[in-house]
Design a protein around this ligand. Structure first.
Ligand code: PLP
Length: 381
């Protein structure tokens, strides 16, 4: 059966060269990067190359990149690492209601430990108010964590404006951003935008699962969450996932270069716009939840009166893969905290699917998905 994968925000298919690099590393370059002999040096070279490539994409220096096991760990390390390290300066933290659970749960855990956390509200499109942010920052605030692109809606937060507000209000407040959905799809310039910490993940860019990184600006300290052999300058101990890191290299190489003149992936934007046009031709009520100026690869769409889970499975039966709300919710009965937080009515939330694109999708695939979607809506609802 034909397979059209449109769940690229949940994860992406690894590129053939990613798989090849991983297999080669497992078979040949299996040394421990901490070993002194040649096998160790070979592995260390892989780490060095990947670190440089990530740094280049973030206009950072390689010493500012810490390898982790993925986005979840990067978020935990940034948030808890800053909170524990700087708790003597203040115990107030700020985040938003629409973050990924790896961020929200980190803050909830800190709240239980006695930190005070402000959860900023978002509007109908998942945007926080910059005025609310400004007013929330106090001399006690040690960290603000705001995601770049929302994984359920595609909403983009203006990192440069946020960074400026934070540092104006309190130059000692650190700014962390979960850039897991934006990395590889748009320009990210942490130093320029006054972002101190940035989380990224390998499997959202056609790389391997179980590998990610945290950018930590030089001079920012972190309390390590796991101690051990001193790897990653002591910030993340444990023998590095060398095959995963090797797989990151071709995934990074395949990404387009973004500049201020070309800050966003045009190809993805074209696919998303094409899909929206196709949805408009479907003869029933369709509500686009994503903002028009959102990320180019994420589209949240509701068909009131339908059930997202039923739709996901009926599309799957025809080889089309999408998700309900977000991946982390698709197996849970709980309604998406993001869609609830932006105030969507229950009927709309129930009938929501998320379609997310990759530059490897084709217009022909989208035509097929739209045809199947129209057909399944007719049959089931
Ligand atoms: C915005 C966001 N943050 C964090 C994560 C978690 O990343 P990982 O799966 O690499 O742990 C995801 C993955 O869905 C995400 O979309």
């Amino acid at each position: 059966m034909r397979e059209v994968y449109l769940d690229n925000s949940a994860t992406t298919r690894p590129l053939p060269e990613v798989v090849e690099a991983m297999v080669k590393t497992l078979q040949d370059n299996y040394g421990n990067p901490s070993s002194l002999h040649n096998k160790g040096l070979e592995a260390e070279k892989i780490l060095k190359e990947a670190r440089q490539k990530i740094a280049r994409r973030l206009a950072a220096s390689p010493e500012e990149i810490i390898f982790t096991s993925g986005g979840t760990e990067s978020n935990n390390l940034a948030i808890k690492g800053i909170a524990y390290q700087y708790q003597n300066r203040g115990r107030h933290l700020i985040t938003t209601e629409v973050e990924h659970p790896s961020v929200l749960e980190s803050f909830l855990a800190l709240e239980e430990e006695g930190f005070e956390v402000t959860f900023l509200k978002a509007d109908r499109y998942g945007r926080i108010s910059l005025e609310d942010l400004r007013e929330s920052i106090t001399p006690e605030t040690i960290l603000v964590s705001i995601m770049h692109v929302n994984n359920e809606l595609g909403t983009i937060h203006p990192l440069a404006d946020i960074g400026k507000i934070i540092k104006e209000r309190n130059p000692n407040t650190f700014f962390h951003s979960d850039c897991i959905q934006s990395f590889g799809k748009m320009l990210i310039q942490p130093a320029r935008n006054l972002v101190d910490l940035v989380s990224i993940s390998g499997h959202k860019i056609h790389g391997p699962k179980g590998i990610g990184a945290l950018y930590k600006r030089k001079g920012v300290e972190l309390r390590a969450l796991q101690t051990g052999g001193g790897q990653e300058n002591g910030y993340r101990c444990g023998t590095e996932n060398v095959p995963g890191i090797a797989g990151l290299i071709p995934a990074l190489d395949a990404l387009p270069d973004y500049t201020e003149q070309n800050p966003c992936n045009q190809e993805l934007d074209r696919l998303r716009k094409y899909f929206i046009k196709g949805l408009e031709k479907i003869d029933r009520k369709v509500i686009i939840n994503s903002p028009e100026d959102g990320a180019p690869h994420i589209l949240s769409v509701s068909f009131p009166g339908t059930r997202g889970e039923v739709l996901v499975h009926s599309l799957e039966a025809k080889g089309v893969f999408v998700s309900t709300g977000s991946a982390c919710h698709s197996k849970s009965r709980e309604k998406s905290h993001v869609l609830r937080s932006i105030g969507l009515p229950m009927e709309q939330i129930d009938g929501t699917i998320r379609v997310s694109f990759s530059t490897y999708n084709t217009i022909e695939e989208l035509d097929y998905a739209l045809e199947v979607l129209a057909e399944q809506l007719e049959i089931f609802f």
